[in-house]
Ligand binder design. Structure first.
Ligand SMILES: NC(=O)c1ccc[n+]([C@@H]2O[C@H](COP(=O)([O-])OP(=O)(O)OC[C@H]3O[C@@H](n4cnc5c(N)ncnc54)[C@H](OP(=O)(O)O)[C@@H]3O)[C@@H](O)[C@H]2O)c1
Length: 287
């Protein structure tokens, strides 16, 4: 029998990619039924009604408030989406061991002083976005769940203009010089790779908090350079720049590179190379 998944926040960027992956992969749609929900949740009862699906096996929670700068101003909204909704979910499912929840958190919860690849237990939140996400994790980890700390890129319909890739393309096409942070590191995956892992995990799920990223980290500057070269844009217009938390509107972690060994070992997955992931990002713009 097919397993039932309820996808919360189904019009969001990641959710849309998960839906595409589901639709385009027969071996996935043969195993799972995907039920989408994008209804605005205003109170616990709204959520209760949404998750009241007969014989439900999984909930994937893609609800979130992800704008790091706006989170500083709109703290209430950020905490609502990133921690109050997870709190209600955890309360509603407290006694329910049958439903397994997949919840997304972020590499933003890492801010180490040393140049290391962050392991799951060494988090430190330095802004409202990451604090609200950590608070959400604390509720979700109490129930039958997996929390995936991620960072991803891709081409999205929603807020495409806000993506790093769009911003770079737009400026370079107009021959404008841009600055890429050479001191901010991350280990993102292409959104389609995350989507594949999502279903692979749900085929044989385990509880816990896991980093899910590429096997190597890269600076934002290097990422932009590779992307620009792949898109045949004038990459010499990208200049190295150092991010300074003293001058910036919002404090940002500089080293978000993740150690993904825990997930790779537990699920017996193979890690993906960052350059391979960026190639997928380049192909998004060639379609
Ligand atoms: N984007 C990234 O690079 C990134 C990096 C690390 C982690 N993550 C995590 O990945 C997850 C998905 O992120 P995303 O980029 O796909 O975010 P997104 O595109 O902003 O999608 C979030 C979705 O949540 C919905 N939502 C917000 N408040 C809601 C509420 N009260 N009731 C119902 N739905 C609500 C939004 O609906 P409306 O648009 O209608 O408000 C939107 O569809 C989040 O947990 C995020 O923290 C994202």
């Amino acid at each position: 029998m097919k397993k039932k998944i309820l996808l919360l926040g189904s019009k969001g960027n990641l959710a849309t990619k998960i839906i595409n992956f589901y639709k385009n992969n027969k071996n996935v749609s043969e195993k799972f039924v995907l039920i989408k929900s994008f209804k605005k949740i205003k109170n616990k009862n709204d959520l209760k009604k949404i998750i009241n699906v007969k014989n439900l096996n999984f909930i994937i929670n893609c609800i979130g408030y992800t704008d790091v700068e706006k989170s500083e101003k709109n703290q209430k909204i950020a905490y609502f989406a990133n921690s109050v909704i997870p709190k209600w979910l955890s309360e509603l499912l407290k006694k329910n061991k049958k439903i397994f929840v997949m919840h997304f958190s972020t590499d933003h919860v890492y801010s180490p002083k040393k140049n290391i690849k962050n392991r799951e237990d060494s988090f430190k939140a330095i802004n409202i976005y990451s604090k609200s996400k950590l608070a959400g994790e604390n509720f979700i980890k109490k129930i039958n769940s997996i929390i995936l700390r991620i960072n991803f890129f891709g081409k999205f319909k929603k807020r495409e203009r806000e993506s790093l890739c769009y911003w770079m393309k737009d400026n370079l096409e107009q021959n404008k010089i841009i600055q890429g942070y050479s001191n901010i590191y991350f280990s993102p995956l292409h959104s389609s790779t995350i989507s594949k892992y999502v279903f692979d995990i749900l085929k044989n799920p385990y509880r816990g908090i896991y980093n899910l990223g590429s096997k190597n980290k890269i600076s934002k500057y290097e990422y932009l350079k590779i992307l620009a070269k792949g898109l045949k844009l004038n990459h010499s217009l990208i200049k190295k720049h150092s991010y300074s938390n003293y001058k910036a509107k919002v404090k940002r972690p500089k080293n978000m590179g993740m150690n993904i060994n825990k997930l790779m070992k537990k699920f017996k997955f193979t890690a993906s190379d960052i350059k391979f992931e960026i190639k997928k990002n380049i192909n998004d713009y060639k379609k």
